[in-house]
Structures are given as C-alpha cells and as structure tokens.
Design a protein around this ligand. Sequence first.
Ligand code: ATP
Ligand code: MG
Length: 253
Amino acid sequence: MKNTISVKHLTKIYQKIKAVDNLSFDVREGEILGLLGPNGSGKSTTINCILSLLKYDKGEIKIFDQPMSPDAYEIKRQIGVVFQDVAVFEELNVYDNIDFFCGLYIKDKAERAKCVEDAIKLVGLQDFRKFYPKQLSGGLLRRLNIACGIAHKPKLIFLDEPTVAVDPQSRNHILENIETLRKRGATVVYTTHYMEEAEQLCDRIIIIDKGKIIASGTPTELKKLVKNKPIKEVSGPTLNDVFLELTGKDLRD
Ligand SMILES: Nc1ncnc2c1ncn2[C@@H]1O[C@H](COP(=O)(O)OP(=O)(O)OP(=O)(O)O)[C@@H](O)[C@H]1O
Ligand SMILES: [Mg+2]
C-alpha cells in the first residue's frame, strides 16, 4: 500500500519543552489515521510540523512522496486542514465563508459554486447558508469550520480535534462526514483525545504521550496490549485501558 505521508525522526523543541520527540510514522493512502493523546501530548505540534507551518529541530517529512516544505505549493493545493480553533470570518455568512476558503484553491466560478454546495450538503448546513457565524451554535460552527477546510476536495485532510465541545448529535454528524470523505477517496489524519471516537472512526491509531509514540496499531491490536482483560469479554478493554496499561495514567484525566 502506498504511503501518503512519511514522517521520520520528527523532533520539535519549544524553549525547554520537547513537544515532539523523535516521532516516526507513515500514513497510508485512503486510511483514517488517528493521533490519540492527552492534552499537551504534541498532537497539534506534530500536524503543524507536517504542514510546514512550524519549523522543527530534526526530521524528514514527505507527502505524496515529495519532501514537504513551506513553499511546496503543489502539495499544499491537495491538502485540506481543519484547525483545532475555529477560524472563520465573522463578517461573512456561511456560504461566503466557504466560498472564500474554496476560492484560495479553485478560481473557476461554476466549479467553485458546485464545491461550495457540495460542502454545505456534506456538513448539513443547507438551512443556514445566510447565517453569520455569531448566529450559529457551537456544533454548527464546527461544521462550518470543517466545510471551509474541505470544500476544495483535497486528497489529504487533517482534522485537529474537530468535535471538541459539541453535543453527541453534532459529533456523530461530524464523524459520519469524515467517513464520507474517506469513502470518496481522501486520506485523513485525525487528532483526538476521545478514545471512543478514535476507536469508532480510525483504521489505525497512534497513541502519543509527551511527544513520543507509545503504541500504534488497529483498535483491536491496541486492545490486545491490555493483559488482564481478555478481548472477547463483552466489556473488553477500551483504548483508555491501553493508555493506562502503557503509561500508568488515565487518558480521561
Ligand atoms: N507556541 C508554543 N510555545 C511553547 N510551548 C508550546 C507552544 N505550543 C505548544 N507548546 C507545548 O508543547 C506541548 C505540546 O502541545 P500541543 O499543542 O502540540 O499538544 P496537543 O496534544 O495538541 O494538546 P491539546 O489536546 O491540548 O490540543 C505542550 O507541552 C505545550 O504546552
Ligand atoms: Mg492540540
């Protein structure tokens, strides 16, 4: 299987904190890869280094088999990013926000209008086209943030904790959207500290703590790492049990 991303020995130090500590991993074409870890474990820093938004101290990053760099525009055109903090324009309504971000990639008006409509439908904002961000609930705002990041139909999508502070209904909606994007052929990198989400959505999961990979594998493979709870039990191990087993800490703390 082809790798869409290859990360080798990535290290990022902020003053004294080693936020990312010698991380190496691949993201395979067409998969949803989860980066799972508690607050401050280095998930966002890893993503921002991969995207060349942050300078790093050591490491080699390739995307689509090409070295990634701040001026790798051909690669960047095929990437969509949904940042952890919602980043939309208060002055623009839902449609115009999506149109603005999509317009950074797609100049043709008719093609762009179709992409914007597709994104609105995907995230279920059909009834809110004319609403301004201030008029949207937290969950709807998150959906707008996602639509802005993916409207140009990128081949590779990064979603950094897109479901924080949304109700279960909106969360399920967002997870279904991501599944749909993958079905359309996108490769997805998804960060979260919710183990149930990672388990439900991801093909493979990398668990990180203090900038280091502590385990990786499919959800089932990871659960086998928990020794005292057989996997066939009805209430078998959760990914939190995996984290607890490997670090002695509770991911929910
Ligand atoms: N700009 C910065 N300057 C200094 N330290 C930083 C900076 N950004 C992040 N850090 C530190 O780097 C570490 C990793 O942070 P990062 O934001 O990557 O974690 P995270 O896993 O995304 O956390 P969260 O789940 O809270 O979003 C933390 O210790 C954080 O305090
Ligand atoms: Mg983060």
